[in-house]
Design a protein around this ligand. Structure first.
Ligand code: HEM
Length: 547
């Protein structure tokens, strides 16, 4: 009989570990021959090692995906490293299935880990029962009535940005090259500070002091922008065991998290005290009424409402986690979308003129939400921007069990057999190609890649089944995990475009081919010949003189 001595145990453990690793590696390497995805149509791998990875890294603007989608149909197999098959589909039924079964298709652990570094442990990363509870308590704060109340802030801050640009342009004789993205990002930070927490960032104020919360977020964004460049960060996000090794990133993000935590706790304490005072005095004074419209106050109010059973309420830690979530999720997304909107208008001067004519008809400078929503061409321009330039270009989910995903468009395998479902194994990742669906020629027609606000006068039948929460678009995705802040960002964007396009004319400052995009949390613009300057969108901004 075989007996192990104490001396043999490390060897036995080592051998078991090796056998386990060999088994795992063997299984991965055999996936091209064993995966249920192997029968799907798709492009051949350009090499055994890289699969299609190199081609996809080199593609810009989704061009290669579009080409393959046209060639292989809406559901295909792409080859990852070692030719491991990856599912890629823009099939509307498949997406609807995955998005509506959000409990069975959560976000993969590694993307949640990366999101936590920037957004905190809030709604974006919560899963299961906690997510359901958080969503129930937070939904009312993002309803139309609440956004109506916030519109005043959107308009005021848009006007502050307009006045800054107006002065910049005036001292240069009525026309100047301006990096519009920088001003827009400051504006949306100020807005989310005030509308989210009644907190003044003063980012637009040229004489304002550096803000420590803003500085903390810059550190977190540094983590994010390095995520695609640093092999160490990529490996660390895939192998959780490595995360305990301290490095510069983890030290800096931990320090930044300390700052957001301290300020978040202070804000929560202030809101609770204000609500208590309001409850005691029994009525709203003008000051408290104004303060009580911010998202955090509404969330705290909803969390203590008698409609929510005690055991369903969020802990202070859960409420605190929403502070960085609102700030990050609600800040650069909207400024980014507005940047691309002005870029699109700078290329289509006819659209810009038509829009300005509509906006100039409005007799007030401070429109309400209802006045903004009643402008049909502004609405079409925003929809078209959100279709062609979605700030978040893709999402990702992972199957928590073996499953069969239904398809609207069946696929034909290599043996000529038709399939109206795709079989997937537990652990299969499911990308949500937001940009791919928004730009699909099969769904939107041959002119899908063109900026045409007029298309919204009659949208094609084919887009009706797209499972987006807003406007047949995937921009805010759909289902129980759809963007909670979509109404907020749409009205904010309308206020910005309303104010800026009435005051200025926008033209390209560099040739169109010189503008490129890089994808981080959002797709940011860069100038090819000035990459060292970082993200920017220079446009020629001219004071609009009414004839
Ligand atoms: C143009 C602006 C915006 C875009 C394009 C956008 C896009 C998205 C997308 C695509 C998701 C889903 C991510 C995923 O599950 O993979 C999402 C979720 C979310 N967004 Fe937005 N967003 C925008 C503005 C906002 C604003 C203004 C806020 C808050 C003030 C916000 C808060 C959130 C939150 C909390 C979630 C998580 C929802 C959940 O999982 O239940 N977003 N957003």
């Amino acid at each position: 009989m075989l007996s192990l001595t104490a001396h043999d145990i490390p060897w036995a453990a080592g051998a078991t570990l090796l056998a386990w690793a060999a088994y795992k590696i063997g299984r991965i390497l055999l996936l091209p021959y064993t995966s249920p995805l192997r029968g799907l149509p798709g492009p051949p791998a350009s090499s055994w090692l890289f699969g299609n990875v190199n081609e996809l890294m080199g593609t810009e603007d989704f061009a290669l995906y579009s080409e393959w989608l046209e060639k292989y149909g809406p559901t295909m197999k792409l080859n990852s490293w070692f030719k491991i098959p990856k599912l890629f589909t823009i099939d509307t039924r498949a997406m609807n299935y995955v998005l509506s079964h959000s409990q069975e298709y959560p976000k993969p652990e590694r993307s949640r880990h990366n999101l936590v570094q920037i957004l905190g442990n809030g709604l974006v990363v919560a899963e299961g029962e906690l997510h359901r509870r958080e969503r129930r308590i937070m939904n009312p704060a993002f309803g139309p009535a609440q956004i109506r109340e916030l519109t005043e802030i959107f308009v005021e801050k848009s006007q502050q940005l307009r006045d800054i640009w107006w002065n910049d342009v005036a001292i240069r004789g009525g026309s100047a090259r301006i990096d519009i993205q920088s001003g827009l990002t400051k504006m949306t930070l100020d807005v989310i500070g005030l509308a989210g927490f009644n907190y003044e960032f003063n980012a637009l104020n040229p004489d304002g002091k550096p803000n420590e919360l803003n500085a903390a977020f810059e550190v977190m964004f540094e983590y994010l922008s390095n995520l695609r460049k640093s092999y160490w960060l990529i490996i660390r996000s895939r192998f959780p065991i490595l995360r305990c090794i301290p490095d510069g990133y983890s030290r800096r993000t931990a320090a930044a998290h300390k700052v957001t935590r301290r300020i978040g706790l202070q804000l929560i304490a202030e809101k609770k005290a204000a609500l208590k005072q309001m409850a005691q005095s029994g009525e709203k004074t003008a000051g408290t009424a104004l303060k009580s419209r911010d998202l955090l106050t509404l969330l705290i109010k909803a969390n203590t409402s008698p409609d929510i059973p005690e055991d369903q309420r969020l802990s202070d830690e859960d409420v605190l986690a929403q502070v960085p979530t609102f700030l990050v999720a609600g800040h650069e997304t909207t400024s980014n979308a507005t940047t691309w909107c002005l870029y699109a208008l700078a290329q289509r001067l006819d659209v810009q003129r038509k829009l300005r004519e509509e906006l100039r008809e409005v007799p007030v400078d401070n429109p309400s939400m209802d006045q903004l929503n009643a402008l049909p061409y502004l609405d079409a321009v925003i929809r078209e921007t959100m279709r062609l330039y979605p700030p978040v270009v893709a999402g990702i989910r992972i199957a928590s069990k073996d499953d069969e995903i239904p398809l609207a468009v069946p696929y034909m395998d290599a043996h000529g057999r038709m399939h109206d479902t795709v079989r997937i194994d537990k652990g299969t990742t499911f990308p949500i190609p937001i940009l791919g669906v928004n730009m699909s020629k099969a769904l939107w027609g041959e002119d899908a890649r063109e900026f045409k606000p007029e298309r919204w006068e009659s949208v094609p039948e084919a887009v009706q089944p797209i499972p987006g929460v807003w406007s047949n678009l995937m921009t805010f995705i759909g289902g129980p995990r759809a963007c909670i802040g979509y109404r907020f960002s749409l009205v904010e964007m309308k206020a910005l475009i309303f104010t800026l396009v009435r005051a200025f004319e926008f033209e390209m400052a560099v040739p169109i081919e010189d503008i490129t995009r890089k994808i981080g949390l959002v797709q940011r613009p860069f100038v090819r010949s000035e990459m060292e300057k970082g993200t920017q969108m220079p446009l020629i901004v001219k004071q609009h003189v009414r004839l």
